[in-house]
Write a protein that binds this ligand. Structure first.
Ligand code: 13P
Length: 253
């Protein structure tokens, strides 16, 4: 079975003290995970080292960065490179979150560079894609998301692309309380898997985990995650509340 993942994206929330408490509360409630299940915490940069210490030795738990820069090093004040993330032993990095695309003008081409840098350092990119509301209303979401994959991932060879985790996050469902229906999620996930199969073959497409993101919470995680092509979730708001996130973890296949 391909990896089933509950990934928390704390975004720009929590002080160190509050974050450590949240992580502790989740760690005490999480129980043992199956071999194919993973729980990932994408925490703010300043807490990566401490949070990584807290999960050390715990099976199938990982800390992730929320972003990285698309150049290797240099005069980019305030930025964080993949090398830096690698040097503190972080295994995952979110790439191309819609908030980064929108507020920091990240293009598909720039995200392809980030993906390459991550993979070169054995950091798994959690590559985000997803359409805005007007595209959904026009019914062109499939082509829109397909293009995001093509322009940021499809230069990779078969071996490399299988390392990537994809997160489909329709922008209109992020932080709005308006989740995609499980049918809408399944439809897009199946479409993406088909597109990947068309490019790389069915075996590769079956190996890639595709997470859903957008107003996932304890109460809807079961229904969304039970869809055959949904391999867990990338969770914002509900990942900031221990009981909610524990319910979400419990909903993993
Ligand atoms: P919400 O779960 O708050 O809708 O955020 C989703 C998201 O953007 C995760 O990366």
């Amino acid at each position: 079975m391909r990896k089933q993942i509950a990934a928390a994206n704390w975004k720009m929330n929590k002080t160190l003290e509050d974050g450590k408490k949240l992580l502790n509360d989740i760690l005490s409630g999480v129980g043992s995970l199956h071999e194919h299940q993973q729980v990932i915490f994408a925490v703010p940069f300043p807490y990566l080292i401490q949070c990584n210490e807290m999960i050390k030795g715990k099976k199938n738990l990982y800390i992730s960065a929320q972003n990285c820069h698309h150049k290797t090093s240099g005069a980019y004040t305030g930025e964080v490179s993949v090398d830096m993330i690698h040097s503190i032993d972080i295994k995952y990095c979110i790439v191309g979150h819609s908030e980064r695309r929108e507020y920091f003008a990240e293009s598909n081409a720039m995200l392809a560079e980030k993906v390459n840098l991550c993979l070169a350092k054995n950091i798994i990119p959690i590559f985000c894609c997803g359409e805005p509301l007007d595209i959904r209303e026009a019914g062109s979401q499939n082509a829109f998301v397909e293009k995001q994959l093509e322009e940021s991932l499809f230069h990779l060879d078969q071996e490399a692309v299988q390392k990537v985790v994809i997160a489909y996050e329709p922008i209109w469902a992020i932080g709005t309380g308006k989740t995609a229906s499980s049918e809408q999620a399944q439809e897009m996930h199946a479409h993406l898997r088909n597109v990947i199969a068309g490019k790389y073959g069915k075996t590769v497409s079956e190996n890639i985990s595709i997470l859903y993101g957008g107003s996932v919470k304890g109460a809807n995680a079961n229904e969304i995650f039970s869809q055959p092509d949904v391999d867990g979730g990338l969770v914002g708001g509900a990942s900031l509340i221990a009981e909610e996130f524990l319910q979400i973890i419990a909903a993993l296949k």
